[in-house]
Design a protein around this ligand. Structure first.
Ligand code: CUA
Length: 379
């Protein structure tokens, strides 16, 4: 599907918000298909009703219609044609859905916490923002999101992404912005008195301007580095080793575990991802790593969602650069825009549209050590 060039539709009457992400043309094309299909059948069925009402109207008081025995051809036709049409909607819709909600492994990581009534963001490089999100154009941005209180929903119409955030869970979505600009950000789940005011803007910036913005920010300590401090302060280090080849302590070594399968006590495997780390901090008994005793205390109520996300960022950063899950290189003092072995601008395996092939834009800047032409490294 992605090989079909899609038109950038600009109607005189605003039919939909402007298109500012790689998803937008695909979502709009599907939407236009649905509207066209609906309009066609509305007109066709209405016309048929009127036509038959006139043609087969009762002409005399004593008139009786001829009995009809049924028609296999007719039955099959009105079964098979709607089946084919509804399957095109299903397959097309599902393919866009999976692209939008399966975040790529290699992307800029941004942590999002919703709260009555604001959106809090933290970049992997440490910058925090409230109700504003600055991102570079042409880079994949992955949002790992949760909420401190009730359900909210993160919605950027120009990007055609919307994701509920649910207490106690991490939800992910991603986007790649295609045009610099300022775009509305909304909460679209009623969450109390000031729900309607819970929103802000996403600022999509050219790469150079974004780097400047990053450099000018305060709090340039990376999320992973803040997580490392918490890790020390809360005494995690007394049980968990974080060095390569370190001796196992009372708890499992955390070096290089992110993204890997972990055997658990009582059989079975879990993948060490954001959700498993969060669960292990708040509810350590749930899935104890095989070979270890169930001795870790819970940190429920002692860490807020932002701190847990910083710990996740830290554990994610423990490991060799460019490990298979792309979890590695967010070193504790990273100041670049990437968390993987490769800058997001260079990642060309984007399933839904081009990275860095925008018209009229300067060539993407390659940060030192950038790995051009390594298109297929991502799984
Ligand atoms: Cu948050 Cu509505």
């Amino acid at each position: 599907m992605q090989s079909i060039p899609l038109p950038n539709i600009n109607l005189p009457v605003p039919f939909s918000p402007e298109q500012a992400s790689t998803f937008a043309p695909h979502v709009d094309a599907l939407y236009i298909y649905l509207v066209t299909l609906t309009a066609f059948f509305t007109v066709a069925i209405s016309a048929a009703i009127i036509f038959f009402a006139v043609k087969y109207r009762r002409r005399q008081a004593a008139e009786l219609p001829r009995p009809i025995a049924g028609s296999m051809v007719l039955e099959l036709t009105w079964t098979i044609i709607p089946l084919i049409i509804s399957m095109t909607i299903f397959i097309w819709g599902a393919s866009i859905f999976f692209k939008a909600y399966r975040a790529p492994n290699q992307a800029m990581e941004i942590y999002v916490v919703g709260k009555q009534w604001m959106w809090k963001f933290q970049h992997a490089t440490g910058q925090r923002e409230i109700n504003e999100l600055h991102v570079p154009v042409g880079a994949r941005v992955k949002l790992t999101m949760t909420t401190e209180d009730v359900i909210h929903s993160f919605y950027v119409p120009a990007f055609r992404i919307k994701q509920d955030v649910v207490p106690g869970r991490y939800l992910q979505t991603w986007f790649e912005a295609t045009r610099p600009g300022k775009y509305y950000l909304f909460c679209t789940e009623y969450c109390g008195t000031n729900h309607s005011g819970m929103g802000g803007y996403v600022y999509v910036m050219e790469q150079a301007a974004y780097q400047q913005w990053l450099a000018g920010g305060t709090g340039t300590e990376s999320a992973a580095s803040q997580g490392m401090k918490l890790f020390q302060q809360r005494g995690c280090a007394s049980c968990h080793q974080v060095e390569a080849g370190g001796q196992q302590g009372r708890g499992p070594t955390l070096y290089g575990i992110f993204g890997k399968p972990q055997q658990i006590e009582g059989g079975g495997n879990v993948t060490v991802d954001e959700a498993y780390i969060r669960e292990s901090i708040l509810n350590p008994q749930a899935h104890v790593a095989a070979g270890f005793q169930n001795i870790m205390p819970t940190f429920q109520g002692q860490l807020n969602e932002e701190q847990i996300l910083q710990l996740v960022a830290y554990i994610r950063s423990l490991g060799p650069a460019g490990q298979p899950q792309g979890a590695g290189a967010a070193g504790a003092q990273t100041t670049g825009t990437t968390t993987g072995g490769m800058p997001p601008q260079q990642q060309r395996a984007n399933p839904i549209g081009p990275t860095g092939e925008r018209q009229g834009s300067p060539a993407p800047q390659v940060p030192a050590g950038g790995n051009t032409g390594n298109a297929n490294r991502q799984q």
